[in-house]
Design a protein around this ligand. Sequence first.
Ligand SMILES: [Ca+2]
Ligand SMILES: [Ca+2]
Length: 233
Amino acid sequence: MQYFLRIWMLSLALAAVSLSGCGVEPPLRWGVGAGQPGPADADPAQLAPTPGQPGCLPVLGGELVINEVLARPAGLDIDGDGLSNQRDEALELRLIADGPRHLDGVALRVAGQQRGYLGGAACHPPGTLLVVLGSTAGGWPPQPGTAQLHLSAQLALRDEGAVLALLGRGGGLLDQVTYPAAPAGRSLVRTPEGNRWAPLLPHPNTATGAGHSLGLCSDGSAALGCWGGPSPT
Ligand SMILES: [Ca+2]
Ligand SMILES: [Ca+2]
């Protein structure tokens, strides 16, 4: 009996030594050093997708139409600065992609000359009408289904007509069109509108008598009403 008692006490002693030498280690955190936030405790703002990044591809050839060209404002004050001058020139683009796209880095060429770049990585749903201004006055009121983009320079569109071309970030041609001599105070619009194969012709008067429809359907109705409007995001 005393023999078995000694064996039992020896087993207890060995077990105590084993536990004290091989305590439970904390789990390793691969790739995360002391004091650095891990994925679970990072700032949510830093994890949010960047506009124009995953889920929002850059616009590609055939996905954008130069739909309306205002090259000779002549009395129109598009940027809302109280004056009518060259800064009121504008383009209207229609996004005809099958998914959301951004236009960051898209370049405009006028008569073969590089004119400027579009900035901003905002993601636009298909069908959006994009009004491009060279002015930074920014008075153009945003409408549902539309967006306003600024070129890095004034548009400086020739009154007598020219070839307009939009190129993507990689240099690929997105759309190209030749506009004829611009009528005073009236834009030129694809006829039928939104069709990238249609010619640019003098804009008909809208229901309110305007000679342009920047950010609107060519009859002057809201952008959401033409071509089915932008798809919901
Ligand atoms: Ca103006
Ligand atoms: Ca229009």
